[in-house]
Design a protein around this ligand. Structure first.
Ligand code: PMP
Length: 359
C-alpha cells in the first residue's frame, strides 16, 4: 500500500495510564488520576442537571455549525460568530490547522518540551519540525524568531505551556507577533486560559483583532470539566476561520457535547470557584517544594512540574502502587521531574504524603 513515508514506525499518541488499567495492575479499589489536567471538581452541577433532563432524538445528526453554542460563545467572548471554529477537542483543531497548512517543503516552529500534538501532526503531514528548547521553563521567543524563515507555515505557542505551566509574557508575545510576517500562522494555544491569574497577562483576543495571522485555541476540557465531551474552539479573524473550516469533519461535535458546553458556559461561578481552589492547591505544592528543597516551575495552569531529584519513572511507578496516576518527566522531556494535575485539597494532601514516602 502507498502509505505516507513519514508514518513508518510512528506510534499513536500515548496518554497517561487509565484508571481501570492501574486498578487491575495493582489490585487497588481507589485510584486518583492526576495525569491529564482534568478538573478534579468535575463539571458544573448545571451540566449534570442538563444531562438528566435532555430528551434529544439521537437518530438525528447534530447541528454541524453548533449554532446555539456558537452564538453564546461569540457573545461571551465579544467576537463575531464567524470568528469561531469548533473542534472535537482542541486536539482536532490542531489537526485541522496541520492538515490545512503543513506539507512537505514547509517547516513549523515550536518549543520543546511542549504539547506533543503539534509535532505529531506536523510529522504526519511531512513538514519539517523546528523545535526550540525552552529557556528556564518558558518559550525562547528570540530563538523562535530566528528559526522562522520564508518556508515557515505555522508557529505554535503554548501559553501556559504544557508541561511547565509557564506563560509567554505579554510584552514578549506582542513583540513577537509584531515582528513575524503575516504569511506565517501564529497559533496561541490557551487550553488553560481560565486558570491564568497573572494580572499582567492580557486577553490574547486583542491580538486576534489586530493580526490576520493569529489564532487562539481554547477548550471546554480543562476548567469547564468536559474533557469527556470533546469540545475545543479557535478564535481568529473571519477570513482565517473560513479557510480552515473546509478541513473540519462535518458533524464533529455531538448533540450532547454541544448542549453540555453551552450549559457549562453559563455557569461562570463554577469556574471562579475552581480557579480559587486551584490557586490554593498550587500553594500546597509550592510549600512542599520549598520545604523539601525541590524546584517547582511557577505554573499558571492546573498542573505543576515538580523536581524529584530521582529517576522520574521510578517515582511514577512508586506513586502508581499507592493509587496515584501522574506523568513521569521522562515521557514529557523533563527527566528528574514529574507533572501532577492539581487536585482537591484532600487529594493534594494525600498525594504529597505518598510522594514523601516514595522519594
Ligand atoms: N493543548 C494543550 C496545551 C493541552 O494540554 C491539551 C490537553 N492536554 C490540549 C491542547 C487538548 O485538549 P482537548 O483536545 O481536550 O481540548
Amino acid at each position: 500500500m502507498k502509505w505516507k513515508n513519514q508514518l513508518t514506525g510512528m506510534k499513536p499518541y500515548q496518554p497517561g495510564r487509565s484508571i481501570d488499567e492501574v486498578k487491575k495492575m495493582y489490585g487497588l479499589d481507589h485510584i486518583v488520576k492526576l495525569a491529564s489536567n482534568e478538573n478534579p471538581f468535575g463539571t458544573s452541577p448545571k451540566v449534570s442537571e442538563f444531562l438528566e433532563n435532555q430528551a434529544t432524538n439521537h437518530a438525528i445528526y447534530p447541528d454541524g455549525y453548533a449554532s446555539s453554542l456558537r452564538q453564546a460563545l461569540a457573545e461571551a467572548l465579544g467576537v463575531e460568530e464567524q470568528q469561531l471554529l469548533f473542534g472535537n477537542g482542541s486536539d482536532e483543531i490542531i489537526m485541522m490547522i496541520s492538515r490545512a497548512l503543513l506539507q512537505p517543503g514547509v517547516n513549523t516552529v515550536m518549543a520543546i518540551p511542549t504539547f506533543p500534538q503539534y509535532r505529531h501532526n506536523a510529522v504526519i503531514e511531512g513538514a519539517e519540525v523546528r523545535e526550540v528548547q525552552l529557556k528556564d521553563g518558558a518559550h525562547n521567543m528570540e530563538e523562535m524568531t530566528r528559526q522562522i524563515d520564508d518556508n515557515t507555515a505555522v508557529v505554535w505557542l503554548c501559553s501556559p505551556n504544557n508541561p511547565t505551566g509557564m506563560l509567554i509574557g505579554q510584552q514578549k508575545l506582542e513583540q513577537f507577533v509584531q515582528k513575524i510576517s503575516e504569511d506565517v500562522l501564529i497559533v496561541i494555544d490557551e487550553a488553560y486560559f481560565e486558570y491564568i491569574t497573572d494580572p499582567t497577562y492580557k486577553n490574547s483576543l486583542e491580538l486576534v483583532k489586530k493580526h490576520s495571522n493569529v489564532i487562539v485555541l481554547r477548550t471546554f476540557s480543562k476548567a469547564y470539566g468536559l474533557a469527556g465531551f470533546r469540545v475545543g474552539y479557535a478564535v481568529a479573524q473571519k477570513e482565517l476561520i473560513a479557510r480552515l473550516d473546509p478541513v473540519r469533519e462535518p458533524f464533529n461535535n455531538t448533540v450532547i457535547s454541544q448542549g453540555a458546553a453551552l450549559t457549562a458556559l453559563h455557569d461562570s461561578s463554577f469556574i471562579e470557584k475552581c480557579v480559587i481552589e486551584n490557586e490554593s492547591g498550587k500553594k500546597q505544592f509550592q510549600e512542599y517544594a520549598t520545604k523539601h528543597n525541590l524546584h517547582l516551575y511557577p505554573s499558571q495552569g492546573n498542573f505543576v512540574l515538580l523536581q524529584v531529584k530521582a529517576d522520574s519513572d521510578t517515582v511514577f511507578e512508586g506513586l502508581l502502587k499507592k493509587g496515584f496516576i501522574i506523568r513521569s518527566g521522562n515521557a514529557l522531556g523533563t527527566p528528574g521531574y514529574i507533572r501532577i494535575t492539581i487536585g482537591t485539597r484532600q487529594q493534594n494532601e494525600v498525594f504529597l504524603q505518598s510522594l514523601t514516602e516514595v522519594l
